[in-house]
Design a protein around this ligand. Structure first.
Ligand code: SAM
Ligand code: SF4
Ligand code: F3S
Length: 464
């Protein structure tokens, strides 16, 4: 790789933005960028900031890779299939780069923070121009400037720990706003790559968060999603804990909901539950990833709670609201998970009766502790267990969803139903997917829906 410019000698980001904008303004047509974020909502939020920087530099946006003069993939490394999808996508656009060598191809995000991936891109995907590590949002402008100044491969795969404030943002929605409150993770669950690719936990100040939320509400946003890999470990260094932050945000006047994810059960105490129940604007749903119902597996996962502690948290919230809506994440087929361990997972699902779950077959991530653990369970066995878990959850969801029949729910309408014409969809405070009779003008507004039918993944009804 021929580097003629030194990365540490690049002009400041603001100067890079100004200069690139000048060059792009000279083009007869406004250049178009295609930006796609894979992975979790935090990555999508980073993608919105990367788009914000591109917009400042003079790019407009397109959903069609074929008409873009800059393509940016913001990647996810959490499971092997997430990485495979990115490599597949990169392979599929090689043709575009061959046909149009001026096309700028950028890869950012969690995958690039792994040396093995960076090496693979360097070797097998040499047509990628810019590679940026996770949390390097603030570096994009410099990399584009460097590339436009002749640096064939502008690469910077450091994981940066600073939290850039005031970065322009092009949001994907005009009524649902993601607000990252902390970045990184200190937990080192033994299966998980996130702490390695996102670095240690660091939190934004309460002032910066509250100001951003206030701004979004003033602009008419109806749902604010507070994001962090572990939101409820926010933020001893800021002198304000997460439940207090929720209460502070809740004081902002307006018609809006606050949601948050993800909460780690080791930090989900009664203070959090009380804030969730008592704050008027906080949506009445808690995503509490349990990962496994076996204490032995939880220990080997380094989750730092037991099934008993987790169930006490569930009991606490359900003692206040008996049908309180809970969802979870579960991993099936952790190394050497026995049939007994898996039965314990089915047992916790039966006890908690989640409204929904995200379940994943364990994926080995090089560099994590679990990758070194012996694993005698076949892929076939893991898939069968996953099938049994999904069947159980489906049964529970169908039964659970019936509790809404006859109730009128407040719903934030977010689009037209893909299945039935003339119907709209949205989410209730409990995070239930609701389908109802309505019109596209309702998108981005709250409506009230009387529920008449329940299905496995959805409830439906009529406007009331
Ligand atoms: N920080 C969140 C927490 O602790 O609940 C989770 C964030 S992680 C991006 C989302 C989910 O991916 C995890 O809850 C876990 O279920 C799943 N996951 C993470 N690493 C995985 C792996 N190696 N194999 C399968 N699933 C994994
Ligand atoms: Fe990964 Fe565990 Fe951190 Fe969640 S808490 S991001 S699962 S290491
Ligand atoms: Fe994936 Fe990175 Fe999120 S690994 S799940 S995009 S933090």
């Amino acid at each position: 790789m021929q580097e003629t410019l030194q990365l540490n000698q690049l002009p400041e980001p603001e100067q890079c933005i100004r200069e690139v904008r000048k060059w792009l303004d000279e083009r007869p047509q406004k250049p178009l960028a295609y930006v796609h974020s894979f992975g979790c909502q935090l990555n999508v939020a980073d993608g919105e900031k990367l788009s914000g920087i591109l917009s400042e530099m003079g790019y407009d946006f397109t959903n069609d890779v074929n008409e873009a003069s800059l393509i940016l993939y913001n990647t996810c490394a959490v499971r092997e299939n997430a990485e495979d999808r990115v490599f597949g996508t990169l392979g599929s656009i090689k043709k575009l780069k061959t046909e149009n060598p001026a096309l700028i191809l950028c890869v950012t995000g969690c995958m690039t923070a792994q040396k093995t991936v960076a090496d693979k891109i360097a070797k097998s995907y040499r047509y990628v121009d810019i590679v940026l590590g996770s949390s390097a949002v603030g570096k994009l402008a410099q990399m584009i400037w460097a590339h436009m100044n002749g640096m064939r491969h502008a690469w910077d795969i450091e994981t940066y720990i600073d939290i850039p404030e005031g970065v322009p943002t092009v949001r994907e929605s005009t009524f649902k706003g993601a607000v990252p409150i902390m970045y990184g993770c200190n937990n080192f669950c033994t299966y998980c790559i996130v702490p390695y690719v996102r670095g240690r936990e660091r939190s934004r100040t309460p002032e910066a968060i509250i100001e951003e939320v206030r701004g979004l509400i003033a602009e008419g946003y109806k749902e604010i999603m507070l994001l962090g890999q572990n939101v409820n470990s926010y933020a001893p260094e800021c002198g304000m804990k997460f439940p207090e932050l929720l209460r502070e945000i809740d004081k902002i006047e307006g018609d809006y909901w606050i949601r948050f994810m993800s909460s780690h059960p080791k930090d989900a105490g009664t203070e959090l539950m009380d804030a969730l129940l008592e704050c008027e604007h906080v949506a009445k749903h808690l995503h509490l990833p349990v990962q496994s119902g076996s204490n032995e597996i939880l220990k080997r996962m380094n989750r730092r709670y037991t099934v008993e502690k987790y169930l006490r948290q569930v009991e606490y919230i359900r003692s206040k609201v008996p049908d309180f809506s809970l969802t979870t994440d579960l991993i099936v087929g952790f190394p050497d998970e026995t049939e007994q361990d898996f039965q314990a997972t089915l047992d916790i699902v039966k006890k908690v009766r989640y409204d929904n779950m995200y379940s994943f077959i364990y994926s080995k991530r090089t560099g994590t502790k679990a990758a070194e653990m012996p694993d005698g369970i076949s892929e076939k066995e893991k898939s069968e267990r996953m099938g049994r878990l999904l069947a159980l959850q489906r049964e529970i969801s169908i039964e659970n969803n019936q509790r809404f029949i006859g109730r009128t729910l407040k719903v934030l309408c977010d689009g037209e139903s893909k299945k039935r014409s003339g119907r709209m969809t949205g989410r209730s405070s409990e995070n239930m997917l609701v389908e109802f009779s309505g019109t596209p003008e309702m998108i981005g507004t709250f409506v009230y829906v009387k529920i008449t039918e329940s299905h496995s993944g959805m409830i439906s009804g009529e406007l009331s």
